[in-house]
Design a protein around this ligand. Sequence first.
Ligand code: BGC
Length: 818
Amino acid sequence: MTDAEQVRHDTAEAALDKLDLDTKARLLAGQDMWSLPALPEIGLDSLVMSDGPIGVRGVRWTADDPSIALPSPTALAAAWDPALARRAGRLLAQEARRKGVHVLLAPTVNLHRSPLGGRHFECYSEDPYLTGAIGTGYVQGVQDGGVGTTVKHFVGNDAETERFTVDCVIAPRPLRELYLAPFEAIVTNAHPWGIMTSYNRVNGTSMTENRYLVNEVLRAEWGFDGYNVSDWMAARSTTGDILGGLDVAMPGPQTVYGPALAEAVRAGEVPESAVDDAVRNVLRLAARVGLLEGAPAVVTDPPAAIDGPALAREIAARGIVLVRNESVSGGRRALPLDTGAGRTVALLGAAARDARVLGGGSATVFPERIVSPLDGLAAALPEGTLTFCVGADPSEELVPADKGFDLRAVCRDASGAVLGEGGLPTGQVQWIGDDLPEGATYETMASIEVTGTFLPRESGEHAFGTRGLGAFTLAVDGRTLWDGVQEMGDEADPFEAFFGAPSERARVPLTEGEPVEVSLTFQVPDTTGLPLRAIMFSLLHLGPRRDPDELIAEAVAAARAADTAVVVVATTERVESEGFDRTDLTLPGRQNDLVAAVAAANPNTVVVVNAGSPVELPWRADVAAVLLTWFPGQEGGAALADVLLGEAEPGGRLPTTWPAAFADAPVTEVTPTDGRLEYREGLLIGYRAYEARGVVPGYPFGHGLGYTDWTYESLEVGGATARIRLTNTGARTGREVVQVYLAPLADPVERPASWLAGFASVEAGPGESVEVEIELPDRAFEIWDEDTRDWRRIGGGYEVRASHAHGDTRLTATLDIG
Ligand code: BGC
């Protein structure tokens, strides 16, 4: 223990001694959605948590409290660069400090078991080693800034269907070698100050009550000394949770801890020492982040200020994966684009204009600005050389009123007198707890009117609608169009108001450039006694729908008239989000038809795939180039322009195998049967499964092209170090991610045919050679022995493969270990 750690320890112990049972039990329960109570009697301030992982939303779930929005975790992982993840973490710590947040609820390190997983975009990879390495960098970065992390969701939350109750049945080897492995790596290498236990069960026991995995594995074996917080509303048993090692039940104020926990101690169901252990963990965390008087924070001097938008742009470019880049006329490759004088570009696709920069659910943050592909390319290309057409618009659902709307929320009492007003960047009202406009209270508020103007950007039928439960009145241009009540649906899902389906209420013909008044009045329901008081409803809008064939024809004509066609295809919020899984990997709407038609019209067609996780690309052999941008964050369009024009290299390599067709994916079922989800494939997920079954993926794990060429010159293996020399044989400076896979020559135990054991990236100018050393960790040679319940080294011969991607091996060497 360092001296400072000792002082924190002693201060926490002294503080604990001063607390009575009721106060201790109170400290372990959220006082509201995001924070723990302050205890002035021991000099403890309130600890505030907030979602990540791509930004810091803060305690308000609204666009008027903006945050940086970095690229999705899949994009960060695609950079294969823990040091870059660390820089991302430092920026997030800076954001957290700015917003008064002490602990970030991130990173998400569940695995890409099936591409159907709704939160696939929010996790890093199908490979535990890569996940652990990126997660380690991220946690180190956030904590470098003195802000805590909460590695989540421990463990088995690899899909969303029935996530609150599903029992994931996972055999000991895959549990240890795959699903626990990233948590273990991060805990032992980065010492996170927190962990979040998930909703689901593992092998019959709820994760918030899983004494074995929490107390024995996480704490005793790996030495975790942070706090264990429940996923939001996951804590369901006072005694089960506290005895299972859960320290904090969130959110509050009504939880299974607090008075219920004190009561359980008094009734003799729980020893007070269990409560003390949990309080110790919370006080240690509070001391680390500087909230406990008398204890020095771990970081008193945070790292130098970071330029957020610049880093967001850099990470986006570093995460973009160029999976195909064919020769086009003139013998040059399609990318970087030929920007010779007079060359023109047709930019096509709704997502080129209305960019999808992040995935849905609790990972949502509200960036101050969004640079769309259209913005990015318009800024980068000479005037008059870029045209844009929608081509295909996959968003068939109404979304919160945004572009063209200028709105505010007016709160009134029963007599109609105005109590207070709040700014509204979009049509979404999401006031949680006491986060109400000044002057308004739950007791006095009778109605809330979302009101303002709308300036249409297209002429035609505009649809207006609502999301949320309750009584509404909708008016456009002074005319009441709907006056009605939205009741809770049959499924009675409490999340309906939050993530629920939008309802269209009226269509109005409007003219481009002619503003109209809009108003949606919501009658405030009685929220007294609810576990969480909140106001949640939205004014929704959808622009005019044009005939899809006409849109495609218009795009084809634009593509034909231009030298290059760039088509942006994307998923929508109803496809990739927390809360539900996908059912297929098809791009929504007519986007596949659009690409096929454009590719037939222009051989220089470049497709940009704006999706957080794999989608089928049925036209991929017919286009000149394919770029995967993931959800690229707020500066995505600028980074895309950098890559398309060659200002930056597409730095990404696939962190997950991209199937040619959904049916080829190793795991295609994420719906539990009778509440159980059996991980029957055992160790064979991701590339391990493709290799075992001899299935050729669309694009393999680790794949990604740069703008230069590399020759792997030599590979030497000594001890557990692989030394690789390679030369940049192309014409420009570039970066290569050197990947090392191990393949056992003969296998005395059942293991995958090969696995990732290490990686490193190198940079070199044209003609330059570089050498890189990659340590092969002990764990790469070990399996979990179910009999001894310990790790076992498997001796014998291994082929060490220096590779550009899985299955694209450039050099091999053999290594014999005892
Ligand atoms: C998610 C967590 C998140 C929490 C708080 C839950 O629904 O699973 O990842 O941190 O909500 O928003």
